[in-house]
Design a protein around this ligand. Structure first.
Ligand SMILES: NC(=O)c1ccc[n+]([C@@H]2O[C@H](COP(=O)([O-])OP(=O)(O)OC[C@H]3O[C@@H](n4cnc5c(N)ncnc54)[C@H](OP(=O)(O)O)[C@@H]3O)[C@@H](O)[C@H]2O)c1
Length: 268
């Protein structure tokens, strides 16, 4: 009997299912999914070998853990039977900007509720997910949550009050890195490179630098200093970044994203 249920079977559910199966956290017969009116659930089941439910009742019949992975805007119109059908189960939501208090209205009888915020690199197992729980998790439930989220990358528990800040850094962060990479490419073109050359150089540089940071575990400033000789080329470039207050710009960027996240969380 399946013990893990996905309600919503789109991109985020797919990333989680693929990660869980690849890491052997669950086997195909342990997992069942349900979608909306479209074909996402049958497509996910056909692609991965997990089960597809014909009804909400069947989806939740034997579930120990329920992952809520539809769009945040679907929560308001969610099936009212969810309250009874999730009673006593561990419910994990990936819905952006939906607070524990809001989730509690739809899943009031869940044995515990976890709000998490993954990011898009989760699709390749390189995600960064922050999470918080309604109340202290039992040891088995904690192991379930860390096992599930660990299948799509790294996970970090933090108080709900910090989720908007996390959203601004790791939730939106991939887009900031994509924009930085595009800016590096455009600057390369301005410096005289072909677009395809500049694209490759920018991408491989971001990738290599990120891997180096992860591998050495050194602070980025330390790695920066290692490649910056006084009055050298990197020094000339960094001086311009500092003169244009690059760090101030990043701070404004993250604070704007955080403010928007707070606004969306308040809208419920
Ligand atoms: N994608 C990301 O990188 C990412 C990152 C962080 C958080 N998230 C969160 O993950 C959640 C899902 O995002 P996604 O990108 O996976 O969306 P998605 O690909 O559009 O998938 C949405 C899923 O919800 C199903 N659905 C539609 N209406 C429903 C209903 N009334 N009840 C139950 N399920 C319904 C859809 O089924 P049909 O299409 O078959 O109708 C589909 O399976 C969102 O809440 C988002 O905030 C996503």
């Amino acid at each position: 009997m399946p013990k893990l249920t996905f309600i919503g079977s789109g991109r985020m559910a797919s990333a989680m299912v693929e990660g869980l199966l690849a890491k052997g956290v669950y086997s195909t017969s342990d997992v069942i999914c349900l979608g909306g009116s479209g074909t996402s659930a049958s497509a996910l089941a056909a692609r991965t070998g997990i089960l597809v439910a014909a009804s909400l009742e069947q989806a939740l019949e034997s579930a120990e853990t329920v992952i809520v992975a539809f769009k945040p805007q679907h929560l308001a119109g969610a099936d009212p039977r969810l309250a009874a059908l999730t009673a006593g189960r561990l419910v994990i939501s990936v819905l952006a900007a939906k607070t524990i208090a809001r989730l509690d209205r739809t899943f009031p009888k869940a044995r515990n509720l976890v709000r998490c915020m993954p990011n898009t690199p989760a699709a390749i197992g390189a995600g960064m997910t922050g999470w918080c729980a309604r109340s202290t998790l039992s040891e088995p439930d904690r192991a379930t949550v860390t096992g599930l989220l660990g299948a799509i990358g790294k996970e970090l528990e933090l108080p709900e009050a910090q989720i908007d800040a996390l959203m601004a850094v790791s939730g939106c962060g991939p887009a900031f890195v994509f924009e930085f990479t595009a800016a590096l490419r455009e600057a390369g073109i301005a410096a005289g490179l072909e677009r395809s050359q500049a694209q490759m150089l920018a991408l491989e540089t971001v990738l290599g630098a990120a891997r180096l940071m992860a591998r050495t575990k050194a602070e980025p400033e330390e790695l920066r200093n290692q490649v910056t000789s006084p009055n050298g080329t990197t020094f000339a470039g960094l001086q311009r970044m500092s003169a244009r207050d690059f760090r101030g710009l990043m701070k404004e960027t993250v604070l704007a994203a955080k403010a928007r996240s707070e606004e969306l969380s308040r809208q419920e």
